[in-house]
Design a protein around this ligand. Structure first.
Ligand SMILES: Nc1ncnc2c1ncn2[C@@H]1O[C@H](COP(=O)(O)OP(=O)(O)OP(=O)(O)O)[C@@H](O)[C@H]1O
Ligand SMILES: [Mg+2]
Length: 351
C-alpha cells in the first residue's frame, strides 16, 4: 500500500463487470484504489511476479483456467497477497472453500460499493495480522528449539562429568580399597564386615551415578541409535517401576539426525515418566514402526487416564514439552486419554 492508495489486481474476463467494479471503487471517499486489470490467468501470474499488489479480485472461470484450480494457482503464486474470489450464485460453495484455504469471497450477486471496499480492507488487514502471527510463531518456534538445544547441551555436559569424574573416582576408590584389604589378609575379621558394607555402598554409588548420567544423556543413544536406546530405557523403566512393559520396535535403525532422534527419545521418556507418576497402570505398551516417509511412536498405558483438556493447559509442562518436541521434528501428535481406561500418546514423525 502506498500512502492511502490500495493497488488492486482484478483478474476477470467480463469487461462490463470490470467497469462496474471500477465504478464501485471510485465511490470510496476515504481510500483511493488503483485498479489494474487482466483477463487471463497467465497474464496475472506474470504481473504478480513483477508488480506489488495489495489485493487480488478473482473470477474463477477464465479463458485459461477454470474453477477452484484458479484460486489455488493464484494463491500459491503469492500467498502473502490476499485473494478475494468473486463468485456467481451457482458457485458460492467455491467461495467458502477458498475462505477455508486462506482466501476471501464475495458473491457477485449482492456486491455493493461499501461491501466491496469493506471486504478488501478486511482482507488486507487480516492477511497482515496473519503474517504477524506467523512471524511471532516462527520466533517462538526457534526460541523453543534453541532452549531445548541448550538444555540438552547442559544435560550432556553434566552427564559426562558425572560419568567420567564421579563414576571414575568411585571405581578407583573401590579398586584401591579392595587391594588394600587384600594386602592386610583375611584374618582381619573386623575389616571383613567393613569391606562388605563399604563395597555395597560404593556399588550403589556407582549404580546411581550411571543411572543419573544415563537419564540425563543416554550414551547408548549416541552410540547405538534410537531403537536400542528405547529398548534399554524400557528395560530400566520396568526394573525401576515394576510396571509390565511390552514393546514392538521396528527392525533396523531409523534414519534420523542426532537432534531429532534425541527429541523422539525424550518424548518416550516423558510419556513413560507420566505413566509412572500419574497413571497407576499395570501395563504399558510402546510401539515404534516406520514406513517409507515417516515413523510412528505409540506409548499406551492401561491406567486411570485424565481429562484430555489438560493437554492444552498451559501449566502441563510435560505434555507441552512432548508437543513442542514433536513440533521441533515437524511431526504430529495426538494425546488420547479415557478416564479409567488409559492414555495413548501417538506421534508421527516425517523421516
Ligand atoms: N499417562 C497418564 N496417565 C494419567 N494421567 C496423566 C498421564 N499423563 C499425564 N497425566 C495427567 O496430566 C497432567 C499433566 O501432565 P504433565 O506431564 O504435563 O505434567 P506433570 O507430569 O504433572 O509435571 P511435569 O511438568 O513434571 O511433567 C498430570 O499432572 C496428570 O494429571
Ligand atoms: Mg509429566
Amino acid at each position: 500500500m502506498q500512502g492511502d492508495s490500495i493497488h488492486v489486481l482484478m483478474i476477470e474476463d467480463d469487461l462490463a463487470y470490470v467497469r462496474l467494479i471500477e465504478e464501485l471503487l471510485k465511490e470510496s471517499s476515504r481510500v483511493r484504489f488503483e485498479l489494474s486489470h487482466v483477463n487471463r490467468l497467465s497474464a496475472a501470474v506474470q504481473l504478480l511476479n513483477t508488480e506489488g499488489f495489495d489485493v487480488v479480485l478473482l473470477d474463477l472461470n477464465l479463458p485459461d483456467s477454470w474453477g477452484f484450480d484458479t484460486f489455488e494457482r493464484v494463491h500459491s503464486q503469492l500467498p502473502s497477497v490476499p485473494v478475494v474470489v468473486l463468485t456467481g450464485l451457482e458457485d458460492e460453495e467455491l467461495g467458502i472453500k477458498a475462505a477455508q484455504k486462506g482466501g476471501y469471497y464475495l458473491s457477485k450477486g449482492d456486491i455493493a460499493g461499501r461491501l466491496l471496499i469493506r471486504t478488501i480492507q478486511h482482507a488486507i488487514e487480516r492477511t497482515r495480522l496473519m503474517a504477524d502471527l506467523e512471524t511471532a510463531y516462527q520466533k517462538f518456534y526457534h526460541l523453543s528449539a534453541h532452549l531445548q538445544e541448550l538444555r540438552e547441551e547442559e544435560r550432556k555436559r553434566i552427564a559426562g562429568e558425572l560419568h567420567d569424574e564421579l563414576g571414575g573416582l568411585l571405581t578407583t576408590m573401590k579398586i584401591e580399597f579392595l587391594t588394600t584389604l587384600h594386602r592386610l589378609g583375611d584374618y582381619q575379621g573386623a575389616l571383613t564386615e567393613l569391606k562388605e558394607s563399604l563395597t555395597t555402598l560404593i556399588d550403589r554409588g556407582i549404580d546411581a551415578v550411571q543411572r543419573i548420567s544415563a537419564d540425563l544423556r543416554p550414551h547408548i543413544l549416541d552410540q547405538l541409535g534410537l531403537i536400542p536406546a528405547i529398548e534399554w530405557h524400557l528395560k530400566e523403566f520396568q526394573k525401576r517401576t515394576g510396571i509390565q512393559c511390552h514393546w514392538v520396535l521396528c527392525e533396523g535403525e531409523i534414519p534420523l539426525e542426532k537432534d531429532r532422534a534425541l527429541a523422539v527419545f525424550r518424548i518416550v521418556q516423558e510419556a513413560l515418566t507420566n505413566v509412572a507418576r500419574h497413571a497407576q497402570a499395570s501395563r504399558v505398551t510402546v510401539e515404534v514402526s516406520r514406513n517409507e516417509g515417516a515413523m510412528t511412536l505409540k506409548v499406551e498405558d492401561n491406567g486411570v487416564g485424565f481429562n484430555e483438556e489438560k493437554a492444552n493447559d498451559p501449566h502441563s509442562f510435560g505434555l507441552i514439552g512432548i508437543q513442542e518436541r514433536v513440533l521441533y521434528v515437524k511431526g504430529q501428535v495426538t494425546i488420547k486419554s479415557v478416564p479409567q481406561k488409559g492414555t495413548t500418546v501417538t506421534a508421527t514423525i516425517p523421516l
